[in-house]
Every structure is written in structure tokens, then in C-alpha cells.
Design a protein around this ligand. Structure first.
Ligand code: 5GP
Length: 179
């Protein structure tokens, strides 16, 4: 693996090699293939960060499925209810379907919680969550993350789709902020 890399004002050191990620992704795919084989699931890939994970994962998912790419946008509505979460890009009718949310990383779970609450309003059959990475020390929500690739400490990572200020998404390995 390469050595320390510099992106803008920060240095990152090698953390998780691509071969380790590949094994974790493999085991998620196997679980999905056995658990959801009769569900004809819709995978909702949450852009931008999960593009690389989704690509690797879905090449190994061999059950019939559909794949859709979405973005989560928050804006402040004109009502007193505060911020409103909107899904951009969801064109399929997902009523009565098994939906698998594909995330790059679950940290505090705020994003995931918003996404799940929007999807629940669309009368889906069930929601499953797959995330390449999870930070258990930081995650305090009740929503189950059904398929977790690798659990990591509460540190800032880049690579494998994850960016620092727009950069680093293309790295095949995962790097962590160096002290
Ligand atoms: P949450 O809402 O769970 O706190 O955070 C989810 C989002 O925050 C992720 O989808 C990701 O965009 C960003 N995020 C959380 N932790 C990291 C990290 O370690 N590295 C990068 N690059 N983004 C992160």
C-alpha cells in the first residue's frame, strides 16, 4: 500500500487495504443473496459516496433486483416544521417493495434516519440497510444496520468513495486522517 498522502491541508495514512474491503463486501453480498432471494429488492444507492461500494457489491449480488441512485437533500421549508428532507432521483414506485439502502458510511445516523423516515412514508414492505463502514461509537440510533462491511473507530476516513472536500473518492484503499 502507498504511504502517507496529502490532500489540501491534511495528511492521511493507509488504513484499510482494498483486499480487506473486498472480503467484507463479499460477505455482505452472500448474506443478501441468501436472505433476500425471494424479495426482488430495490437497491437505493445513496450518492455520491457509495458509488464504489455499490458497484462492487452489486456485481456480486446474483438475485433478481432493481437498482436506483438517489441523493438526499435537506432544505428549510416555509412552514414552522423546520428542515424538510427530499429524495432526489427516486423514480420507481417502491410501494410494497423490499428496499435496501446502500450507504458508504454510517456515522451519527442522522442521514440514515431522515432517509428511512421518507421511505416509510412511501409504504414500502421493509427497509434493509447496507453500509460499507459503520462507526459504532458514534451511532446511537435505533435503526438496524443489517449489513455492515467494516466497523471503524470514530475517525475521519477517505477513499473507496469517501471524500475530503471533494477529493479522494477515487482511492481504492481507505485512508485515515494522520495525527
Ligand atoms: P451521519 O449522518 O451518519 O452522521 O453521516 C453520514 C454522512 O457523513 C456520510 O454519508 C458521509 O458523507 C459523511 N461522513 C461521516 N463520517 C465520514 C468519514 O469518516 N469520512 C468521510 N469522508 N465522510 C464521512
Amino acid at each position: 500500500m502507498e504511504q502517507i498522502i496529502t490532500i489540501k491541508d491534511k495528511k492521511f495514512k493507509p488504513f484499510i487495504e482494498d483486499s480487506v474491503i473486498a472480503k467484507a463486501v463479499d460477505s455482505i453480498a452472500q448474506k443478501i443473496n441468501s436472505e433476500l432471494s425471494h424479495e426482488f429488492p430495490v437497491f437505493l444507492v445513496v450518492l455520491n459516496g457509495s458509488f464504489m461500494f455499490a458497484s462492487d457489491l452489486l456485481k456480486k449480488v446474483s438475485i433478481p433486483c432493481e437498482i436506483s441512485f438517489i441523493k438526499v437533500a435537506s432544505y428549510h421549508g416555509t412552514t414552522s416544521t423546520g428542515s424538510v428532507t427530499e429524495l432526489i432521483g427516486l423514480t420507481e414506485n417502491i410501494a410494497n417493495r423490499t428496499v435496501v439502502i446502500v450507504e458508504d458510511i454510517v456515522d451519527t445516523g442522522v442521514t440514515l434516519e431522515k432517509l428511512v423516515s421518507v421511505l416509510k412514508g412511501k409504504n414500502v414492505k421493509q427497509i434493509k440497510v447496507a453500509s460499507a463502514l459503520l462507526k459504532p461509537e458514534s451511532y446511537k440510533k435505533d435503526i438496524a444496520v443489517d449489513y455492515v462491511g467494516i466497523e471503524i473507530k470514530n475517525e475521519f476516513v477517505i477513499g473507496y468513495g469517501l471524500d475530503y472536500d471533494g477529493l479522494g473518492r477515487n482511492l481504492k484503499d481507505i485512508y485515515v486522517l494522520a495525527e
